[in-house]
Design a protein around this ligand. Structure first.
Ligand code: ADP
Ligand code: MG
Length: 215
């Protein structure tokens, strides 16, 4: 069973921040090929701000924590991704009003709410070569594994794999939304940077939960 509490969520954010921080050249290269090259900068600023703030967040409720994350990302991060991540966290905060822990079921709902909020805010659908192509299949695969009665550890592994495959699949997609859609070849042959960074965060989360929040 998953028992992922507020303090652990903050530790997971730090792990994600480190992962993003270490991949500056890779992520910047991806966004330079298909967009304007600022995706790493945007995301990294957001995560640095989050980490600077988290010291005072340990005693918050989950609802408050997710609202703070949303507001911080929205205000600190430039580009489309700030608004999209902000919307995702705001939407999922509503699922956490009475929650002390994120458990197996709640995690599935949160992943779905992120996909829903991002799609509604940005107007993209799965297949449009965006971050949605990672979060959506990850959410679907996780919930399917859960409905089939698989163990928490397996559900998390399946979620990670779906995120990796989803990000990889953007390579062959034609961009419909975002800056990559302005390219004459619709960025076919290139990975979508937002899909890759979403994947990094989801893989980090699955790893973190696996190592620290299963009982
Ligand atoms: P910008 O495109 O404004 O420069 P970023 O570089 O920070 O913003 O983020 C780019 C990423 O944001 C893209 O790779 C894509 O995954 C995601 N993205 C852009 N527009 C949308 C949208 N309308 N819906 C979903 N994701 C989007
Ligand atoms: Mg950009």
């Amino acid at each position: 069973m998953i028992r992922f509490g507020v303090k652990d969520y903050i530790r997971y954010l730090k792990k994600s921040a480190e992962e993003i921080g270490q991949n500056k050249d890779y992520i910047t290269g991806l966004d330079s090929a298909t967009g304007d090259g600022d995706h790493w900068l945007n995301l990294n600023i957001g995560f640095e701000k989050l980490i600077a703030e988290t010291g005072s967040w340990n005693e918050l409720t989950y609802y408050e924590l997710f609202q703070k994350i949303a507001m911080t990302m929205m205000s600190a991060m430039g580009g489309s991704s700030g608004v999209l991540y902000g919307s995702a966290y705001l939407r999922s905060a509503n699922l956490l009003k009475d929650a002390e822990y994120i458990d197996d079921m709640l995690l599935g709902k949160i992943l779905h709410s992120w996909a829903e909020a991002i799609s509604e805010r940005g107007g993209a659908e799965p297949g449009h070569k965006t971050m949605l192509d990672t979060i959506y299949p990850a959410a679907v695969a996780y919930q399917k594994a859960q409905n089939e009665g698989k163990k928490s550890e397996q559900c998390l592994a399946i979620m990670s794999d779906a995120a990796r495959q989803g990000a990889e699949a953007t390579k062959q997609m034609e961009a419909v939304k975002g800056r990559a859609s302005y390219q004459t070849n619709k960025a076919v042959g290139f990975l979508d940077p937002g899909a890759v960074t979403m994947m990094m965060q989801l893989v980090c989360m699955a790893e973190y939960i696996n190592e620290n929040c299963l009982n």
